[in-house]
Design a protein around this ligand. Structure first.
Ligand code: NAD
Ligand code: WQD
Length: 336
C-alpha cells in the first residue's frame, strides 16, 4: 500500500517514513519545507536504502495535490502538515487557522476525489485542555485549548469526526501525541527546530552544547514530587511505529476513532535534566525560572486503548530518549 505523508519531511514525518518503509509500505512525501529541509528525506532514504518521491508543494494548492494523486495514487494519507509553534500561534492566529485547517479541507477534497479513504491525523494531547484528573483518557470531555495552535487540532478533530459520520466507508484515525522527543538511533535524523527552540528537549541539548547559556526550569513550586511539571515524553521512534499500527488498523476498520500515543508515565523537568546528564555524561547548565503561563502541572496519558486496539505500546525508556537526542544533536550541531 502506498501512503502519502503530508509534512513528511518534518520531525515526526521523517521518522514515520523510515518505520513505514521498514514495515514494507511505499511512501510519498508532500511538504512545502516551511519548517523542514529536503535533506531529512534524503537521510531517511539512506537509512532504509529505499527511495521514495518527495514533492515540494503546499498542500493547500489543490491543483498540485491533485497532480500528485494522479501520478502516485496513494491509498491512504498521514496528515502531519501543519504549523506547530504554540507561542507563535498566539501572535499569528490567522496563519495557524488558515494553514492547518485549509490544508485539511484540501486534503479531504482531493482524497475524496481520488477514492483514498484512509486517513491518520496528527492530533495532540493539547486538546484535552485543563483536566482535574490524570491520566488523560480518550473518553474525557476536552475542555478547550489555551492557544490558537491547540484550537486548530481541536477543530480539525471535530471536522474529521463529522466527515467520518457523513462517510462511514472511510477510516479516520486521530492520534493524540504526548511529548515527542529523541531521534533515530543512527543520529542521522532528528528534531531540527527553526531558530530558538521552545520545547524542553531541544533546549536541553542546546544548553548541553553551549548554544544556550542556561536552561530555565519553568517553576519548581508545582504540586508534583519535585515541584517541576510532569509530562509524558515519548520516543519519536515509538511514536513513528504507532503510525504503522494506525495504518494497519485503518486498512481493516472503517469509522473514526481516537487514540493517545504516550507512555503513560509522567517525568518531571528535573528528571529529564538529571537523566540526560547521567546517561550522556555531560552538564546541562540550568536554573529555576518563573512558571511559564499556560503550563499545566501534569499531563500524562492512559495509553491502554492504543495497546488494546492498535496493538501498540511504547518500548523505549527515558534513557533512550536522552541518549538519542544527544547523539543527534552532537552529530548535527547546526541541524541538517
Ligand atoms: P514539523 O514542523 O517538523 O513537521 C511539519 C511539517 O509540515 C514540516 O515539514 C512543514 O514544512 C510541513 N508543512 C506545514 N504546513 C504545510 C503545508 N501547508 N503544506 C505542506 N507542508 C506543510 O512538526 P512535527 O513535530 O513533525 O509535527 C508533525 C505534526 O504533529 C504536526 O501536525 C504537529 O502539530 C503534530 N504534533 C507535534 C507535536 C510535537 O511536539 N512535535 C506534538 C503533538 C502534535
Ligand atoms: C515541557 C515541560 C515546561 C522549556 C508542547 C505543546 C503541546 C505539544 C507538545 C504540539 C513543561 C518545561 C520547557 C524550557 C522548561 N505540541 N520547560 N524549560 O508545553 O508540554 O507541550 O509541546 O502539539 O501542544 O504545548 O512541551 O516541551 O514546551 O515543555 O522548564 O525551556 O518543560 O514548563 O513543563 P509542552 P514543552
Amino acid at each position: 500500500m502506498k501512503i502519502l505523508l503530508t509534512g513528511g519531511a518534518g520531525y515526526i514525518g521523517t521518522h514515520t517514513c523510515i518505520e513505514l518503509l521498514n514495515a514494507g509500505y511505499d511512501v510519498v512525501v508532500a511538504d512545502n519545507f516551511c519548517n523542514s529541509q529536503p535533506e531529512s528525506c534524503k537521510r531517511a532514504m539512506e537509512i532504509t536504502c529505499k527511495q521514495f518521491p518527495v514533492y515540494e508543494l503546499d498542500i493547500r494548492d489543490q491543483a498540485k495535490l491533485e497532480a500528485l494523486f494522479e501520478k502516485e495514487k496513494p491509498e491512504a494519507a498521514i496528515h502531519f502538515a501543519g504549523l506547530k509553534a504554540v507561542g507563535e500561534s498566539v501572535f499569528k492566529p490567522l496563519e495557524y487557522y488558515e494553514n492547518n485547517i485549509d490544508a485539511t479541507f484540501v486534503l479531504l477534497r482531493v482524497m475524496e476525489k481520488f477514492g483514498a479513504k484512509k486517513l491518520v491525523f496528527s492530533s495532540s494531547a493539547t486538546v484535552y485542555g485543563e483536566q482535574e484528573v490524570m491520566p488523560l483518557v480518550e473518553t474525557m470531555k476536552c475542555t478547550g485549548c489555551t492557544n490558537p495552535y491547540g484550537w486548530t487540532k481541536y477543530m480539525i478533530e471535530q471536522i474529521l469526526r463529522d466527515y467520518g459520520k457523513a462517510h462511514p466507508d472511510w477510516s479516520i484515525v486521530l492520534l493524540r501525541y504526548f511529548n515527542p522527543v529523541g531521534a533515530h538511533e543512527s543520529g542521522m535524523v532528528g528534531e531540527n527546530p527553526n531558530g530558538i527552540p521552545n520545547n524542553l528537549m531541544p533546549r536541553v541539548t542546546q544548553a548541553a552544547l553551549g548554544k544556550i547559556e542556561k536552561l530555565g526550569v519553568f517553576g519548581d513550586d508545582y504540586p508534583t514530587p519535585d515541584g517541576t511539571c510532569l509530562r509524558d515524553y515519548i520516543h519519536v521512534v515509538d511514536l513513528a511505529k504507532g503510525h504503522v499500527c494506525a495504518i494497519r488498523y485503518a486498512a481493516e476498520n472503517d469509522g473514526c476513532d481516537v487514540f493517545n500515543l504516550g507512555t503513560g508515565v509522567g517525568y518531571s523537568v528535573l528528571a529529564i535534566i538529571n537523566t540526560f546528564e547521567r546517561v550522556n555524561n555531560v552538564k546541562v547548565p540550568h536554573e529555576i525560572a518563573p512558571r511559564r503561563p499556560g503550563d499545566a502541572a501534569m499531563a500524562y496519558s492512559n495509553p491502554e486503548k492504543a495497546a488494546r486496539v492498535l496493538h501498540w505500546k511504547a518500548e523505549k525508556n527515558l534513557e533512550d530518549m536522552c541518549r538519542d537526542s544527544w547523539n543527534w544533536q552532537q552529530k548535527n550541531p547546526n541541524g541538517y
